[in-house]
Design a protein around this ligand. Structure first.
Ligand code: 48F
Length: 260
């Protein structure tokens, strides 16, 4: 016999138990695109308590759309080992260009991050920051559906030791911190500079330099890093996104080890 109420109970109990456990964590990653998922995988693998908050129904950000909905992604030699490690197949195209299925990459990245221990929440929107004593201390969240409907619903808060802005082109967390903290971000203007037009070569090169802490205990990776520092966008080449997520994970891990 299958009881409809038992199904409801299983879902509600399981979800709320996990959410209660995650009210306080080591790292909150805002945005479940390629950079955020990659960071989640590496941090979770090290045993940290990590959650990813993704505002859409389907995580993956710009990845499943490939280039103009041709759902393939291109990566370079230097990032191929990340896909290899996750068991994602790549096909050589030309020297230093590899092609992967955007959907296979997304499916495996999600699975690997979750199996490494990350909690991934879709349909949750990061709308504000918790800033205690001039230090990023967590995020303020709401259901994306409430936001889309324009309902006036007060949010809830999650605390963490570090926050990673992996929200892509709009660098939404950096924007909110810049607007509300009254402090300068660690950029030349003290604000989010905004991304520049597409230039894959330059954008990929500068991305790892831009992957860093921009406010005490707030790091930035992926396209958000180039948006914060005024780097170019780079279209459907994803190697830099993966390396940036991996670098952010390693920087945050160093800080967590120091018990900062
Ligand atoms: O945009 P997105 O894929 O960023 P990324 O991981 O990768 C960029 C590439 O997709 C591509 C590119 C390749 O060279 O340039 O654009 O840096 O993923 C960002 C994710 O963050 C979510 C958004 O829905 C997307 O899935 N997101 C954005 N703002 C919020 C958010 C927010 N306020 N709260 C929660 N999720």
């Amino acid at each position: 016999m299958i009881d409809d109420i038992m199904i409801s109970r299983a879902i509600i109990e399981s979800y709320t138990k996990e959410l209660l456990y995650n009210l306080e964590s080591d790292v909150i990653i805002c945005g479940g695109g390629p950079a955020g998922l990659c960071a989640a995988y590496y941090l979770s693998k090290e045993g940290y308590k990590v959650l990813v908050l993704e505002k859409t129904l389907r995580p993956g950000g710009g990845m499943p759309g490939g280039g103009m909905m041709f759902n393939k992604i291109v990566i370079q030699e230097e990032s191929k080992s990340i896909l290899d490690e996750m068991g994602i197949r790549t096909e050589p195209f030309q020297k230093n260009y590899f092609v992967a299925s955007a959907l296979e990459t997304l499916g495996f990245m999600l699975g690997r991050a979750i199996q490494a221990g990350a909690s991934i929440y879709n349909c949750i929107y990061v709308e504000d920051a918790l800033i205690y004593d001039k230090k990023m201390s967590g995020v303020v969240i709401n259901w994306s559906a409430a936001n889309i409907a324009g309902f006036h619903v007060d949010p809830l808060a999650l605390r963490s030791r570090f926050v990673l802005d992996a929200t892509g082109h709009d660098a939404e967390v950096a924007q909110v911190v810049s607007r509300k903290s009254g402090a300068a971000l660690l950029t030349s203007t003290g604000k989010v500079i905004g991304e520049k037009s597409m230039w894959a070569e330059k954008g990929e090169k500068i991305l790892l330099t831009n992957t860093k802490e921009i406010f005490p205990h707030l790091y930035v990776c992926g396209m958000a890093a180039n948006a914060v520092f005024g780097g170019p966008r780079m279209g459907p080449i994803f190697g830099g996104m993966l390396l940036s997520g991996q670098k952010a994970a390693s920087l945050i891990s160093e800080r967590l080890k120091k018990k900062d």
